[in-house]
Design a protein around this ligand. Structure first.
Ligand SMILES: [Mn+2]
Length: 357
């Protein structure tokens, strides 16, 4: 297991690599080339540059989150094959330099969705929160404008302004894409990138839909165990894996997180570990990683990862904003550092207990 933190790169992140390096047990980061639009090729020299910036700080670039998949690929337009060729070239550039874990998602239009980016909790910290009733009352464009204007001036992953300023057009482009079509387009994509993944030993980890149900009537295909297993079976190769995101899958309280980990044994190259507090009826807020602060049992989840032989990359997921930090919502230093230490503590205890029988 390799403990990492997500890092957005110079100019995009309030947290520095020097700070990350001082978190005990964190050996690397997960990063991306934030400025390259989905569908375009990642130049090899940019990959080399990113890798060297990270390594100069004494850390390892363990993987990429994300190499984004373009809407053309998700919709299946005539541009798709050109974009897939570019995706393959990007993977080639990564694989050549030993970067072998790539996270991506196949969510139409919006990546993750939250209705409040700074909900105040009783201890004064703020968190990302979701209320289905708010989403039900709002149109997508207003929703987009509200989300981007409350991000403390940071560009948030999946909410890139260039792409989303034309929300209406995007919705129009997706109007004939139902679950089945989206799924088939995903399989088409995965089969096309198979050879380059196998050549370099790249593990692809699809990120589950967040929240794990359809929003704004857009189809969602990675929402729970059954659908994940359907995908793993459709392209039954080790490179086709999932990013086990506890917060996303756990947004639906009917998802049994431990059961999903067991069912996906050997196909989880990347794990996002975090906690949520559920209020019921599609209302939840993010919480500190500690089990007692939310609705999930982090001990059981980490134990399931350990017991299924998980040897991939792990990171604390969204943190609370605490101690007056100015940061991208969910991605401050302090609470994610606390989360990393907690997960590492659980792992050490579980690992030692297992070895002592
Ligand atoms: Mn996640």
């Amino acid at each position: 297991m390799k403990m990492t933190l997500r890092w957005y790169g110079p100019g995009f992140d309030s947290v520095t690599l020097e700070q990350i390096r001082q978190i005990p047990g964190v050996s690397g980061v997960i990063s991306t080339l934030y400025d390259i639009p989905a569908g375009e090729e990642w130049p090899e020299e940019r990959v080399v540059e990113l890798k060297s910036i990270v390594e100069k700080a004494g850390l390892k670039l363990e993987g990429i989150e994300s190499v984004n998949v373009s809407d053309a690929i998700k919709i299946g337009t005539k541009e798709r094959d050109r974009h897939i060729d570019n995706y393959i070239k990007s993977l080639e550039a990564l694989g050549k330099h030993g970067i072998d874990m790539v996270c991506y998602n196949f969510m139409p239009v919006f990546d993750w969705t939250r209705t409040d980016l700074a909900k105040v909790r009783p201890d004064g910290g703020t968190v990302l929160a979701y209320d289905q009733k708010v989403v039900d009352k709002i149109d997508p464009q207003t929703f987009f404008d509200q989300t981007t204007s409350s991000s403390n001036g940071f560009v948030m992953p999946g909410w890139e302004p260039e792409r989303l300023k034309k929300v209406k057009e995007l919705f129009e482009a997706y109007k004939d894409v139902d679950e089945e079509k989206l799924f088939n387009n995903l399989v088409y994509f995965l089969e096309a990138i198979g050879p380059v993944c196998e050549k370099y030993g790249i593990k692809m980890g699809i990120h589950p839909d967040d929240p794990a149900w359809p929003v704004f009537n857009l189809p969602r295909i990675i929402t729970g165990k059954e659908k994940i297993l359907k995908l793993l079976k459709a392209v039954d190769k080790p490179y086709n894996g999932i990013t086990f995101c506890m917060g996303s899958l756990g947004s639906n309280p009917n998802n049994d997180l431990v059961d999903i980990i067991k069912a996906c044994k050997g196909r989880i190259p990347f794990a996002h570990v975090r906690n949520l507090h559920h209020f019921g009826n599609g209302v939840f807020e993010e919480a500190a990683h500690l089990s007692a602060d939310g609705s999930f049992d982090l001990y059981e989840a980490v134990k399931a990862l350990h017991n299924t032989g998980f040897d991939g990359i792990i990171r604390p997921d969204h943190g609370r904003t605490i101690w007056g930090e100015k940061c991208m919502p969910g991605y401050g230093l302090y609470d994610r550092a606390l989360g990393a230490e907690y997960i590492l503590g659980l792992w050490e205890a579980i690992d030692k207990a297992a070895k002592r029988g």
